[in-house]
Design a protein around this ligand. Structure first.
Ligand code: HEC
Length: 387
């Protein structure tokens, strides 16, 4: 009986002990989180929340006050931190992409999870303030901003100087068959310049029905310079000089048989509601005028970008209008229209695809063409990164 009573009171004592321990724990926890909330609201109430202040509180621990990134030895992880003060890198990334990374964390754009998500702690407006501050860390506005890098149409050339590789294919859908491919390699140099190399190759059906396979077309080399760009009014204007060399066989329809100079201007404009306009115009001036005719061309593409959810894939439907006219008496204007849609394929959004058709809009005998390209913005990572 006594033993029973004793063990009963022991049990009671133990329960009381655990109960008190549990209560004090909760109190400690509450105290801690209260302190955190107080500290946070102190920051919000007592200090004006400038982008710089928010950046130094939320980002500088890893990215450094100067934006160059804190030394690896102090970070405790191996993922290298990007350098926000490097204009060549920072200027080309649009705010929207970086806000997505800061809001959702690195993995939303195929980066490492060492870049944490701030969506719970900071509003999109605060992240925009931080971005505005990050923009001041690159001190040279000679570099065109990434917002001006509009989605690439199938035919019209962009004004923005790019680091990209594009493989495009156009397939004639009516008369004789033709599958022409074009490999375009573009590389920036300096803040505003770009060199591009174009290598066409393909297959063509002869009127007798046999196919000429795997032949090289006329290769081209071009230099582009963005002569004007302004993020405030959303415009960019470039001048390009291109030389097309007679590397293709004229007899089988793979080349023009003469060197052609092709100077052109291109213009890009951001429009309200994530819409955009490209305009390109130029002339083709063959050296041997009996082989190819002099011709003027003008092209425009109007499109808009739609994002899947808040941070997902970007779809950019566009319509291109393509005009040309030979410099000959009695020549007529040729018109094509090309509806198409570009879509980003991976999370990093540096691999894209565009699919469309190019339809003759005058009564010429040109074929309707199916067109497609795959684009790799190689500055942003390898082709298999960021999926
Ligand atoms: C805990 C450390 C840490 C903090 C804090 C941090 N970052 Fe990062 N951030 C990283 C790392 C590491 C990377 C590189 C990730 C990679 O390349 O996989 C990165 C990458 C980024 C990128 C991607 C840049 C690119 O390559 O396109 C952006 C944008 C970014 N951080 C913004 C921010 C902002 C804004 C803040 C503050 C709100 C912030 N980061 C706070 C560690 C951090």
């Amino acid at each position: 009986m006594k033993i029973k009573q004793r063990s009963g009171s022991l049990l009671f004592l133990m329960l009381t002990f655990f109960f008190i321990a549990a209560i004090t724990q909760t109190n400690d926890h509450d105290k801690n989180s209260n302190k955190l909330v107080e500290a946070a609201s102190d920051t919000v109430l007592k200090t004006p929340t400038t982008g710089e202040k928010l950046y130094s509180e939320a980002c500088a621990a890893c990215h450094g006050v100067s934006g160059k990134g804190v030394a690896q030895s102090q970070l405790g992880f191996a993922t290298p931190v990007p350098d926000f003060s490097d204009c060549d890198f920072a200027s080309r990334e649009p705010d929207g992409d970086w806000i997505a990374v800061a809001h959702q964390g690195g993995p939303v754009r195929g980066f490492g999870k060492d870049m944490p998500a701030f969506g719970m702690a900071l509003s999109e407006q605060e992240l925009q303030q931080i971005m505005d501050h990050i923009r001041t860390l690159c001190r040279d506005d000679n570099w065109p901003r990434g917002e001006l890098n509009l989605p690439r149409p199938l035919v019209t050339e962009k004004a923005y100087p790019e680091d990209e590789a594009v493989i495009s294919t156009s397939v004639d859908m009516e008369n004789e068959g033709s599958v022409m491919n074009e490999l375009v390699y573009e590389q920036r140099f300096g803040a505003r310049n770009q060199v591009e190399i174009v290598m066409p190759f393909g297959f063509r059906e002869s009127p007798t029905g046999s196919w000429n396979g795997g032949q090289l077309g006329d290769m081209a080399l071009g230099i582009k310079r963005a002569v004007y760009h302004n993020i405030d009014n959303g415009s960019i204007f470039s001048v390009t000089g291109e030389v097309i060399f007679p590397t293709g066989d004229r007899a089988t329809g793979f080349g023009k048989g003469t060197t052609i100079f092709e100077p052109f201007v291109s213009f890009g404009q951001l429009l309200p509601a994530n819409s955009f306009l490209h305009v390109q115009s130029g002339v083709e001036l063959p050296v041997l005028r009996d082989k190819a005719t002099e011709e003027a061309f003008w092209r425009a593409a109007l499109g808009t970008s739609l994002t899947h959810g808040s941070w997902g894939r970007t779809w950019s439907p566009m319509v291109e209008v393509l005009g040309s006219r030979e410099f000959e008496s009695g020549a007529v204007n040729h018109w094509d229209i090309a509806p198409q849609v570009q879509v980003t394929l991976n999370k990093r959004q540096h691999i894209m695809m565009n699919v469309g058709v190019r339809i003759p809009a005058d009564d010429a005998s040109r074929d309707t063409q199916f067109m497609v390209y795959i684009l790799w913005d190689w500055f942003d990572g390898g082709p298999f990164e960021g999926w």
